[in-house]
Design a protein. Structure first.
Lengths: 219, 210
C-alpha cells in the first residue's frame, strides 16, 4: 500500500531523535533470530525484496507504529510464510510443525553464509534509452496506487531537476506485486525544499529522491 | 569499531523493546522451531548470520573507505565517480554490492542520508542501522527540518552551509564522506579511520580530532 503510515517524510509529532550511546547490534536475542530467519527464507526466492517491504506496509497502521523494526520484520515474515503456504496458523498457535515442509528451491546452508553477504545487483538491461538526462527539469506524477510504490507522498506533483542517471533497475512497483521486474531507468531528482514544503522552508535546503522513470514527466 | 558516537546523548530508550520482550522471544522461538522442523532453515546457519553482523560487518568498513579518500586524491575521485567499484578495490573491506554512491561534505554542502519509506541503509559499509535511523522521528523530520535533526545529535552547522538530504527510495545506497578534521596532517590512514564515526558517514555527525 502506498498511502499509509510508513510514508513518513514531512510528518510532525514523532518527537526528538534519540541516539543511543554504544548501541549494541541487537537489543534482544530474538531480534538477531528474526534477521537471520528473514535472510534464510528470503534465499528461497519466493518473494522479492520489494514484496518484503510491501508486506510491512500492509500491517495495520497502529500495529506498524507501535512495533519496533524487528517486530515489524517478524510480523511481515509471518504473513509471507502464511501466504505462501510454508507454515499454517495452527502451527504458529502450537509452536511446532504439524505437517511436513514443502520443498524449497534453495535452503541456506552454513557454507552459504560463511562470508558476509554481498547485496544483489538490481541493474537490468534497458528496453529503451533513458528519457531524461542530467539537468532536465521534471515533474513527478500524482500517483496514488493502492499497491507498493517508492514515490513518497511529499514528492508527488513536484518540480525538480535530474541530477544523475543511475542505470536501469528492477521496478519496485511491479516487482512487489509479482508483476515482473519491468526494469525502468532510475534517476536522482533533486528538489528545492521550498518546492516541497512551501515558502517557510529553510533557504538553500535541497532534498533528492531516487525516482524511477514512470514517476516522472517532462516539465 | 568507530569511536564513541554520542557522548553528549547518553540516554537509553528501551521501554518499547522491554514491553515486547517476553511475547516476541516466545513467538520468534516458536517460528524458528517450526521452520527448522520443516527443514526450511538450518539453525547453525542462522547463528552464523547473526555472528556476521555482530562481529564483521560494521562502520569500520566505511571508515576505511573514508580514510583512504582523505589521503589518496586519486581514490577519492574514483570513489565519488563509482562508489562500489572504488570500495571493492580495497582488499581489506568486505565486498560491497552494486549501487553504492559516495557523497562528499564540503564547507558549502553537508549531506544527510535518510530512508523515509522504510530503513534503507548501506549495511555493507556501516553494519546494521541504529534504532534512531529506523525511528519515525528521524524518518519524518530529516527531509523537512534537517537542522533540527542535527541539533538532536548536538551538531550545529554554520548558517552558510547548505544541507542536502538524500532520501534512499531505491536500491542505491549512500555513504557520506565527512570533512577531514583540522590538525590531522600527516596522520596515517589507520589513525584517521579510527576518527571516523558511523554517524559522520550518515550525515548526523561530524568528524573531530581529539
Amino acid at each position: 500500500m502506498s498511502n499509509t503510515v510508513h510514508d513518513m517524510g514531512g510528518m510532525h509529532g514523532f518527537g526528538p531523535v534519540e541516539p543511543e550511546a554504544n548501541e549494541p547490534p541487537f537489543h534482544a536475542e530474538w531480534e538477531g533470530r528474526v534477521l537471520a530467519m528473514q535472510r534464510a527464507m528470503g534465499a528461497a526466492g519466493l518473494w522479492t525484496i520489494d514484496g518484503g517491504r510491501a508486506s510491512l506496509e500492509m500491517l495495520p497502521p497502529v500495529e506498524y507504529l507501535r512495533s519496533s523494526y524487528y517486530r515489524r520484520w517478524f510480523l511481515g515474515l509471518e504473513r509471507r510464510l502464511l501466504a505462501h503456504g510454508l507454515v499454517a496458523e495452527d502451527e504458529l498457535a502450537a509452536g511446532r510443525s504439524l505437517r511436513p515442509g514443502r520443498a524449497l528451491n534453495r535452503r541456506l546452508t552454513l557454507a552459504d553464509v560463511a562470508k558476509p553477504p554481498t547485496r544483489g545487483n538490481f541493474a537490468r538491461p534497458a528496453a529503451a534509452p533513458a528519457r531524461f538526462k542530467p539537468g532536465d527539469t521534471v515533474r513527478t506524477r500524482n500517483i496514488n496506487p493502492p499497491t507498493h510504490t517508492r514515490l513518497p507522498r511529499y514528492a508527488r506533483s513536484k518540480t525538480g531537476t535530474v541530477e544523475a542517471v543511475r542505470g536501469c533497475h528492477v521496478f519496485p512497483d511491479t516487482a512487489a506485486i509479482d508483476a515482473g521486474e519491468n526494469p525502468q531507468w532510475l534517476y536522482t531528482v533533486v528538489f528545492a525544499a521550498t518546492e516541497l514544503w512551501g515558502e517557510a522552508a529553510e533557504p538553500g535546503l535541497t532534498v533528492s529522491i531516487e525516482a524511477f522513470e514512470p514517476y516522472l514527466e517532462p516539465a | 569499531m568507530a569511536a564513541e558516537d554520542h557522548s553528549a546523548h547518553d540516554h537509553h530508550h528501551h521501554d518499547q523493546h522491554g514491553s515486547e520482550l517476553s511475547e516476541m522471544q516466545a513467538r520468534v522461538r516458536a517460528l524458528e522451531t517450526i521452520l527448522s522442523e520443516k527443514g526450511y532453515v538450518d539453525p547453525a546457519a542462522l547463528d552464523r548470520i547473526i555472528e556476521t553482523y555482530e562481529t564483521e560487518v560494521g562502520p569500520h568498513n566505511g571508515a576505511r573507505i573514508v580514510a583512504r579518500a582523505w589521503v589518496d586524491p586519486e581514490f577519492r575521485a574514483r570513489l565519488l565517480a563509482d562508489g562500489s567499484g572504488a570500495a571493492n578495490s580495497l582488499g581489506h573491506v568486505s565486498p560491497v554490492g552494486s549501487h553504492l554512491i559516495a557523497v562528499e561534505n564540503t564547507p558549502e554542502q553537508h549531506n544527510l542520508v535518510v530512508c523515509t519509506l522504510c530503513s534503507c541503509y548501506p549495511w555493507e559499509v556501516l553494519g546494521l542501522p541504529p534504532v534512531w535511523y529506523k525511528s519515525a522521528a528521524f524518518r519524518s523530520r530529516a527531509v523537512i527540518d534537517p537542522r533540527s535533526v542535527l541539533a538532536d545529535f548536538g551538531v550545529a552547522l554554520p548558517a552558510e552551509t547548505k544541507i542536502r538530504v538524500w532520501d534512499s527510495t531505491a536500491e542505491t545506497r549512500f555513504l557520506v564522506v565527512p570533512m577531514r578534521p583540522e590538525g590531522t596532517q600527516g596522520w596515517s590512514e589507520e589513525r584517521l579511520a579510527a576518527l571516523v564515526t558511523r554517524d559522520s558517514m550518515v550525515g548526523t555527525g561530524l568528524v573531530t580530532a581529539p
